[in-house]
Design a protein around this ligand. Sequence first.
Ligand SMILES: [Zn+2]
Length: 451
Amino acid sequence: MSDARRPSHVDILIEDAHILTGDLMRPSIPHGRIGTSGNRLVLVEAVEDGPPPIAAQTIGGRGMLAIPGLMNVHTHSVLSLMRGTAEDMGFAPAYTKGVPQGHVISAAEAVALARLGALESLKFGSTLINDMYVHVEETLPAMAELGLRVVASDRIHDVDFSRVSQGLWVYDAAIGRRSLDRCLALADRYQGSFDGRVNVVIGAHAPDTCSRDFLMEIRAASERHGLRVSTHLSQSKLEVDFIQEREGCTPTELLDDIGLLNDRLIAAHCIVLNDSDIARAGAAGINVAHVPKGNAGGGMIAPTRRLRAAGANLALATDNLLGDMVEAMRWALCIGRLQAGTVEPDWQPEDVFAMATMNGARALGLDGELGSLVPGRKADVVLMHIDRPSFVPLIDPLGNLVHCGQGSNVRDVIVDGVIRVRDEAAVGVDEAAIMADAQKASENLWRRAAA
Ligand SMILES: [Zn+2]
């Protein structure tokens, strides 16, 4: 950066960190400096580029890896409720008997659990989550108050969810209208709120839980209100068989037919796809919310390499599991290699790092603002300990991050120019109370589900 453009004053200065910028022009700065002003990055340079500017607040970066905030593009924070249990049941909770279902969760319970999920995400370095579930009017502000960016939606469907786990798909237009209207009201109220940290999308639950007519209403609402659509797509053979029976086509063909298969769609999982589906999804440039660990835990692998080659944008997510995006990067790397049966030069740590950062921002239409550490972008920065045994030797920090790192290595998190995690603690947040409330809500819900 030329001296003329170097700021003389910054709000937050991070001095002497190893920066992984996510910017292909200059991906790594071993002794780097980052400065923020307001909610923007104004300085990303090497320490030797000049003297540090005057700073209102300085954070020591030595022994730290600085990365862009991680973008978790598909979560259900309330379903942190399922942690340690649903992973071993073989199916998504909404379709599973004997587990607490969305329609029995109270607003207070949803808030308690959503705060837990959002707190975990933030402390693991996710500065943005794309979260879909019930009671969003209550959970959205409760999550956003913790300081991270929240893209939120109601769980939108016209199926009667109280019967799906019993194997019955009964559609009711009134249920659909209520859930879509609630989401549009949510957008009216919250789009751009919390200093622009909150966005609303239309979270169409899945092709099988939305009738064809209702999916057409969703497409029309998306166009009318300029809202992206987030959904589950081809997450199981059951869904694909069901749509084949109901529509005579695949779920991907159904969405294409309706006009939802486009570059504004965020489609979670995309596992059970045929060759034609992959070509369609790629040609449409859809955004795939790849959930590598969750899928693998269910014995499934999404055809990520073929989806990317076809033109889809691959981004990463943790769904309702442990919200560790570093782990998601590692699993995505391994899943791609299992498909290739070898290690290829085009499926490397930098590829999964891009999925967790820039591609996630792109999936949400925020790639001009987020996903890399470049002056002018929003100031979302994560500092992770590399002064730990798993980062020694430090020859290729990105390799260490993807192969040896953990979300729990995160020390500090800045979101929108505000320090939200400092020395591994969420600033101004009673973490113990959040954990206790979530534990109590979970015990109550599991007890009711068993009864
Ligand atoms: Zn999901």
